[in-house]
Design a protein. Sequence first.
Lengths: 379, 339, 364
Amino acid sequence: MTEDPVLRVEDLSVDYVAAAGTFHALSNVTFEIPPGRVVGIVGETGCGKSTLAHAIPGLLPTPPARVRSGKVVFQGIDLTALPRWKLPTVRGTGIGMVFQEPLNSLNPAYRVFDQVAEAIRVRRFRERGVPAARADRGPFDYSRRAPPSASSTIGRPFLPGGAVEERLKARPMTPASLKEEVLEALTLVRINDPETILRLYPHELSGGMRQRVMIAQALSERPALLIADEPTSALDVTIQAQVLTLMKELIDEVRTSILFISHDLGIIAEMADDVGVMYAGRLIEFGPVASIFGRPRHPYTRALLRASPDRSKSEGPLQSIPGSVPSLARLPAGCAFHPRCTLARPNCSVDPGPPLAPLELPGAEGHRSACWYAREVDA
Amino acid sequence: MGRSITDLLWFIGKRLLLLIPLVLGVTAIAFILIRIAYPEPCVIWLGGHAKQSAVNQCIATFGLNKPLVVQYFLYLQQFLSGNWGISPDSIPVLTSIAQYFPATLELVVASLALIVLIGIPLGVIAAQSSGRWPDHLVRIFYLGGWATPTYLGAIVVAVFVAPFLGLPTSGQYSRPPPFPLVTHISVLDPLLAGNLPYVGDALMHLFLPAATLALLNMGIITRMTRTSMLEVLPLDYVKAARMKGLAEFVVMYKHALRTALISTTTVLGITIAGLLSGTVVVEEIFSWEGLGQFAYDSITSSNIPGTVACVVIFTIGAVVANLLADVLYGVLDPKVEWR
Amino acid sequence: MASTDATPARASPVGPPGGARWLPAVRRLGRGAGTVYRTLRINPLSFTGFVLVVVLCAVGLVVWLDPSVLPYPALALFTGPTRQGPTWAHPFGTDELGRDIFSNVLAALPTDLAIGAMVAGSSLLLGGSLGVVAGYYNRPRSLSAVLSMVILRVTDLFLAFPSLVLALAFTIALGRGLLQIVFAIFLTWWPYYVRLARGEVLVVKNQPYIAAARAAGVREGRIVLRHVLRNILEPLLVYFTLDIGTVIVTFSTVAFVTGALPYPTTPPVEWGAMIAYYENFVAVLPWTVAFPGLAILVTVLAFSLLGDGLRDLLDPRSRRVVVQAQIAPALRGGAPNLPVGPGPGEPEADPMARVETTGGEATT
């Protein structure tokens, strides 16, 4: 683990300031994504996982959102400190994103070709560097961003090293090469008849197909990090399975780091290498997928697993968690989970819980929990 | 039914066919208007002291003793054969209309261009800064335009703003043009004659009336753009466009506005109709020799044939504007199939 | 999603979805007024409009009840020096015959407000009821469907006219005078309400609670009165508020163009007619035009600001914008059970999530 992580989220807290009050959507979230790994974030609706996905590339509308504290360090650059107009230089070729709602994730006014080609144009533009006349200004100023670290993969392909340079020589950007690349991107996501698809408008595609195009579009920029925000939640179960299979295959092929967000434990278990569990805006447990699902070290994760039909370890009936998720405007003092926790002790209602620290337990390397009594939790 | 040019032409053709019942209805209302205004047209026609026999003769000639429905069809026959009546200054109404219509078209097109160039970006700016001061400023601006009666705005511009800007406020040209008025479009005629100084002069004359009309009628379009932008901005494809690494300007105008404009076209028809109505007052105040001024003069001098003709022409204009808006909507929205 | 998204909001803009509509009407109205007030408070422009409308109506009422509150009688000559700019004695100045502009502008306030309310109100009544008929009774191949079609055709015909031009033509056909203009404008005005009411009825008609009422054996007439009318009232009233301003503008334009009101000689005093008369002096006595013009501007702006804010409140499309979409998951908080599991299409945010204080609806 000497390699620099692609993304390091440090102590990130985000509030929504509304007339009704201030909502602590994210509180002190800390985790990192090493290169080439798939990190899953799981939690209930409203726990802040979508906010996290949007906060990383600076997509949250401000106002009402406000980053209260923390950093989002992407390849050595703190994105929260980056001026707004510079964010486009990181997006796309740096961080790509797949969204939840296939109905809305493609612009209804443009054909598939134009949308994917636009993404490819952005990447080609940056791969070639900025034309001299624009070298010192403009949001696309690629050269003046923070000095690329050794591990920087912005603009680097997921293909073997040097391939891009060769391809650039071989293929200057012409309409024909652009079309070729669009077809390539669509083929990558297993679209059978890309020639036909790229002439269609989004409303002429099925939900699953739209989501494939969305993935193709995001991947065609060769991002160093791909954020998938519930990419399959809005799809039918059968289509969901297809898209998940596709994504799983792509993970092996593409080798980008992925932040995979879902409320579905089953999906996360299948897709992710590492898992973070969120509750009421906090990351309460983080670690390798086998460790988290095998031996959860936070009472909430344990309860979540027991309440989940397909992951239920116990033979008995599903167990729901008593009580309800607290409102983000009125979080309980101390640990947010304590009113519902079976292990809660008096200090839990006062003390917000330990920082997400590695547990020094045998067989739990890299497993971190935000519970005082992590050692006592047993699945 | 699809989205090919043939489908579009069929669509337009069918919509134009719908104009026929509309013109029938409009002329019927116009006819009723005339009969309300002139219960005894022959008495007016011949003067108060005419002999009863002459009046009867007149009534028989014009079929005024026939049932009302028959009278309407007689009137319609006249109307369709191009006899739209004669103004008190003994110029046929249709001649006046043909002469004045291009100038009004020019004015409306110019102010529509201004609305598109200013009103739509204002809506985008308001949506981008929703709830903050630029949004409030834009709202005050467009509601102020909406709340100002056209005549008041035109007077203020003509009397107070024009001297300040040093722009002319009267007519199409400063001096009588030395070239033939072929099209009656003030910018086009000198262009056809190759007289460039007059093109500049015409543009100067065009600016204030067009700007007045535009400012006062911008509201609906700006509001609609703002509302639909607000609706579009939180959608995933706008975020997806941002996540492609596009600059904010491109995200706003190429992606968000492109879809928001689909809703905006639904109010284009109303806006053009408003501009047409506005010409009645604006042309009068800026002495713009167009249909609006003709309508104003007809109305104030109780020129009934002229008034009716103007009502009919303005109505057809509004209907065609709505058709244009529908076509534009379909062109912008790929989901629409012409049928 | 799209259909369920817009409609329940219409049914109950305040309070929790469902249930609320069964509350007694009075309580709902009171609650609605409370929400309206709170929303207006949040939007400073709409609140300004609201305050202005209240003030204008109060002043108009006082002037109408007791014209002696005016500093000088309306239309009175030589109340002071002639051709004078604004002073303390004559805040809006005087005209060429010493009429006090301030008094005349104030005297016109009740007239103009009454005209606005009258035209918009009668259009609301006529157009609204025709719209309800045309929207509700359109079962195919019935007599009522024929009636509805006739209503719609006539409405479309009238809607095709640019209303200002038609109103001008009607005015000169009817002869000059205040009531003639009012009637002429009314003739061109009601069709908007037919369209609006019909559109609303078509939305409400397909709501589950209408089907439920019918299944429960409620008579058709009662359904129309109790359920349909109740639920289309809000959008109609918002449009009515906005419309009062529009009528005032149109009326004053007709008065200006046709000169149908004999301003300086006899009452009624009206702003458009005043401007029409003083236009001849605008270069030398600018205040004679400026103040009646300002009066129109302020009045119409007040109604527009109020109506605009109310429309934002009631229009589910712009309402959802009151709170940005991303807030929705954060505000939800109170889910009693865990939506964990491979449920197909579990959306991140509940489209019904609401923010009580803003009356806003938030969706992803």
